[in-house]
Design a binder for this molecule. Sequence first.
Ligand code: SAM
Length: 309
Amino acid sequence: MSKDKKKKKRNQPEKKAGKKQKNKYAQLDFDKELTYGQKTYNKLVGEWWLSQAGDKAHRKAYKHIADTLKKLMKGRPQEVVADYACGSGALLWRLARKFKRSRVIGIDGSELMLKITDQVLMHRCPDDAARLELIESDLPNFELELQCDLIVYCFPNICPRGDDQPYYDEHGAMHKADRKAARALAKSREKNPDDETCFEKPKQVMMELLDSKVVSRNLHALLKPGGICARIEYSNAAFEELSELVQQRCLFSMGALDKPFEGHQAEPIFELLETTYHISDVIDDVYHQQGAEDEEEEGGYHINILRAI
Ligand SMILES: C[S@@+](CC[C@H](N)C(=O)[O-])C[C@H]1O[C@@H](n2cnc3c(N)ncnc32)[C@H](O)[C@@H]1O
């Protein structure tokens, strides 16, 4: 979830976790942990994620996402399907069952997550080992040689390490047109100050926009021409209810900003085909990470469907 899409709403973690468990994860300093890179999912953050991804709201969401993608891909090529940052495989096994004839690949940087995914696949899809594959890799990774028909990026939380920036710079974060558009998007503020949700310095916002676009470039590089990328992102409102500025920042991050912003045109690499909003308690993931509690408000996820240009 982009910082813009985070909201001031609060969650009720006790709804899902027992008191003991809640205390265990309450000591987690996500801001600090997520700076350790993807390996952070090998430790307590990984345990936290397992408890989240296995709850009722997530199970319902993964089922809904897999059903939606199956319908969406009807009549389209579906030889190769990949789950980018697949986590514990909660969506991957459903994709494997839905796309029965496809080669289905899960990619993640955490050994713990992949170990669990492997067990999940063996249990849920015991006869499909020949067409299922797991790849342990830091992401983004422009050396991966995949040509997918569908790539899924679900509940993203890519953690770059402090020393990753040169890699991002080499793979698009220095793109001139993108930098100009990102700078303008980062500096811009809501017309009504009461609507402002972005409180970081413009430089920081610009870096975040450019780095997320690099991840989009990587998703693009892993697709066949015209391939489909499904991004499932946390949100607290339907896309069209977000402010125009937030919408444009989201489109930039996804590589789908097709109009100039204040005269600056970023490079479009995807076309946004559709975006739908689904209310769900999965939004609690975000509130946990913000250390928020005690208030119950609406939120959920977007399913954004993009086609590689
Ligand atoms: C919030 S979980 C989402 C997992 C999965 N997509 C899902 O919806 O269940 C984020 C996943 O991204 C992976 N990850 C985070 N940063 C990464 C990086 N730099 N390289 C590779 N994987 C990364 C973590 O290991 C974790 O499995």
